[in-house]
Design a protein around this ligand. Structure first.
Ligand SMILES: [Zn+2]
Length: 173
């Protein structure tokens, strides 16, 4: 489920709602929601789907693939460029403002796409702060020790406690 309007979100790690060609033969991406719904319905209580329902690239006929980074064939075409532009523009326009880089549940699988840029931006933007909440990695680079925080805990609990603390501080809210 998507809670935020698309223009407020930059999905540079992809989005399971879209398919791409497994071979990246085309820059096209297309809807995955309906085909996946049909496959799940066809599975019933089993784990097999009819071959005719396996989603395929409309250009080359190879299997379709989720448009998501992490499998080695992530399509970084015009859709990716659009997502990357959104976050880049936002960061440029807000670089002198109070800005919080908040990581929720970000692991160490592909740190070069979110975590390491967050560390660099925290270091280079004058009023930036960095907070990461996750269940296992207690690590903060020394260079941002005074501007960052690691919380190893349950995310839902941290957010609840934060909300309670904010409400206690400002009872008018
Ligand atoms: Zn293809």
């Amino acid at each position: 489920m998507k809670l935020y309007p698309e223009d407020k979100v930059a999905e540079i790690q992809g989005d399971h709602r879209f398919f791409q060609c497994a071979d990246c033969c085309t820059d096209d991406t297309w809807d995955a929601v309906e085909p996946v719904r049909e496959m799940i319905a066809a599975m019933g209580g089993n784990t097999a789907v009819p071959g005719s329902l396996i989603p395929r690239c409309p250009h080359c006929g190879r299997e379709a693939f989720p448009w998501v980074r992490g499998y080695g064939n992530f399509l970084q075409g015009k859709k990716y460029a659009h997502q990357y532009d959104k976050i880049s523009r936002y960061l440029l326009e807000h670089k002198d403002k109070n800005i919080l880089f908040l990581e929720l549940g970000v692991g160490r699988l592909t740190p070069m796409f979110i975590q390491e840029p967050f560390w660099l931006l925290t270091l280079s933007y004058p009023k930036a702060r960095y907070v990461t909440v996750n269940d296992r990695y207690d690590f903060l680079p020394r260079k941002i020790e005074d501007r960052g925080m690691v919380i190893v805990a349950d995310i839902a609990r941290v957010l609840r406690d934060t909300r309670d603390a904010v409400e206690k501080k400002d009872p008018a809210q």
